[in-house]
Design a binder for this molecule. Structure first.
Ligand SMILES: C[S@@+](CC[C@H](N)C(=O)[O-])C[C@H]1O[C@@H](n2cnc3c(N)ncnc32)[C@H](O)[C@@H]1O
Length: 382
C-alpha cells in the first residue's frame, strides 16, 4: 500500500479523534510542503503514532477532514461503501415511493466529510466544502450513478455550478408535490431538513388556521392544508419563493381562497397582525440563521427573542407555536430558553410538547455538535 504523507499534530487531539471528531483545524497541525488538496494524509501525534487518516485541504480553516482511524487502502472503495450504507439508512427510515427529495449524504454524519448530496427525483445535487473536498471526491459523480442506479440517479450536478441547470422539476414529499428550481432555489431547492417537522405540524392542523412565517415555497402550509387546515397564511420576504408556494398549492389541488401569500418582512407582518388583533391557531416560525458566526450571537439572541415575542402575540388561545433555529452556534438549551423567554415577554407561557432536530436523512455524530444545527420546538402557548 502506498504510504501517505504524515502531518503531525501540534495539539493533543488524539482522544477527540478516537471518539470520531472529523475535523482538524489548520492551527492544530504542522503542515508540510507539497501535500496537494484532496490528497490522503496520515495524522500523527507528537510521539509519531499515526492516529487518524483523512484528506488534506490547503485553504480554509479545516486542514484535514478525517475519514478513518486506520490506514485507507482504497479511497474509492471506502467512498462507495459509505455511499451504500447512507442510502440503505435512508431506505430504512424514509418511504422513497412517497418522498423522492432527500439528503443521501449528510457529510460528517455519514462519515463522508466535506460533501452534501441531495436527491431531487432523478437528480443528485452535490455541495463540496472547498477544493480539497472537490479533489478527494473527484470520482463521486460516477459513484453516485453507480450506487443510485435503482433510484435512479440520471444526472449529477454541482451545487456551485448549478446555474447551468435549467428549469424546475417536481418532487414528492410525503405525497405532496413541490416544484424545485435547482438553479435558483435556496439551499439547493427545498429545505429537506424540516420534512418530518412539517409533517408533525400537519398532524395537529386539521380544523385549524396556520401562519407560516419564513414560509419559502409553502412547505409547512401545504402539508397543513392537505391535512385539513381551515386557512393558511404564508409570509416570506422572497417574492419568487412565494410565487412558487402559490403554484405548489395549485399543484396539490388545494383551495387558493383559503391560502394567503404575503411577500413581506416577517417582523413587519407580525407587527401589522398584532395591531389588527389577528391570531392563528398554529404559528410556525422558521427563520434563516440569525447567527451565522459566533460573533453575531449577541445580535442574534435579540432577534430570536423579538421574533418569539411577536409570534407568541398572534397565537390564539391555547394555540401552538412551532419555533425553529438553524444556527449551529445556538445550543439546544439556549434555543429553548430563548423560545420560553420570548413567549414570556409577550405575557404568556410556553409549554413544550415536543423537541426535534433535522430529519433522519441528516444524521449527526454525538462528538460533533457543529452538525446538530437544526432545532425545532413545538408547544402550547397559554
Ligand atoms: C429556513 S428558510 C424557511 C424554510 C421553510 N420553512 C420551509 O419549510 O421550506 C428561511 C426563509 O426565510 C426567508 N426570509 C429571510 N429573511 C426574512 C424576513 N426578514 N422576513 C420574511 N422572510 C424572510 C427566506 O427567504 C427563506 O425562504
Amino acid at each position: 500500500m502506498h504510504r501517505p504523507p504524515v502531518l503531525t499534530l501540534r495539539k493533543a487531539l488524539s482522544r477527540t479523534l478516537r471518539q470520531g471528531h472529523p475535523w482538524i483545524y489548520r492551527e492544530a497541525i504542522v503542515e508540510r510542503r507539497g501535500v496537494l488538496p484532496g490528497q490522503v494524509v496520515a495524522v500523527a501525534d507528537r510521539q509519531g503514532r499515526e492516529v487518524a487518516f483523512g484528506y488534506f485541504d490547503a485553504a480554509g480553516p479545516i486542514a484535514v477532514r478525517v475519514l478513518d482511524l486506520t490506514p485507507i487502502a482504497d479511497a474509492t472503495s471506502l467512498v462507495r461503501e459509505r455511499l451504500r450504507t447512507a442510502l440503505a439508512a435512508r431506505r430504512k427510515r424514509l418511504d422513497l415511493t412517497t418522498t423522492n427529495a432527500f439528503r443521501w449524504v449528510h457529510g460528517e454524519g455519514d462519515r463522508l466529510p466535506g460533501i452534501h448530496v441531495d436527491v431531487y427525483a432523478d437528480v443528485a445535487c452535490v455541495r463540496f466544502d472547498g477544493e480539497g473536498s472537490r479533489a478527494f471526491y473527484r470520482e463521486l459523480p460516477a459513484l453516485l450513478r453507480e450506487c443510485g442506479r435503482d433510484l435512479p440517479v440520471r444526472e449529477v450536478i454541482d451545487r456551485e455550478l448549478r446555474a447551468r441547470h435549467g428549469g424546475e422539476i417536481e418532487v414528492l414529499e410525503h405525497g405532496a408535490r413541490f416544484l424545485v428550481d435547482l438553479a435558483r432555489g435556496q439551499k439547493g431547492g427545498l429545505f429537506l431538513d424540516q420534512r418530518e417537522n412539517r409533517l408533525a405540524v400537519a398532524r395537529r392542523a386539521a380544523g385549524k388556521s396556520l401562519l407560516n412565517l419564513f414560509g419559502y415555497s409553502g412547505g409547512f402550509a401545504i402539508q397543513a392544508a392537505r391535512a385539513g387546515a381551515t386557512r393558511t397564511d404564508t409570509v416570506d420576504i422572497a417574492g419568487p419563493a412565494l410565487a412558487t408556494a402559490r403554484r405548489n398549492f395549485e399543484r396539490n389541488g388545494l383551495a387558493l381562497d383559503r391560502a394567503g401569500f404575503h411577500a413581506k418582512d416577517a417582523f413587519a407582518f407580525l407587527e401589522g397582525a398584532i395591531a389588527r388583533g389577528q391570531t392563528w391557531d398554529i404559528v410556525v416560525s422558521d427563520p434563516p440563521s440569525f447567527a451565522p458566526s459566533k460573533h453575531s450571537l449577541t445580535a442574534a439572541r435579540r432577534s430570536y427573542l423579538r421574533l418569539h415575542r411577536l409570534a407568541a402575540q398572534v397565537v390564539g388561545r391555547s394555540g401552538l407555536l412551532a419555533a425553529a433555529s438553524c444556527s449551529s452556534h445556538v445550543t439546544r438549551a439556549e434555543f429553548l430558553t430563548l423560545v420560553r423567554t420570548g413567549v414570556e415577554l409577550a405575557g404568556r407561557r410556553f409549554l413544550l410538547e415536543s423537541y426535534a432536530g433535522a430529519g433522519p436523512d441528516h444524521p449527526t455524530l454525538p462528538v460533533f455538535p457543529e452538525g446538530d444545527y437544526l432545532k425545532f420546538a413545538l408547544g402550547n402557548v397559554e
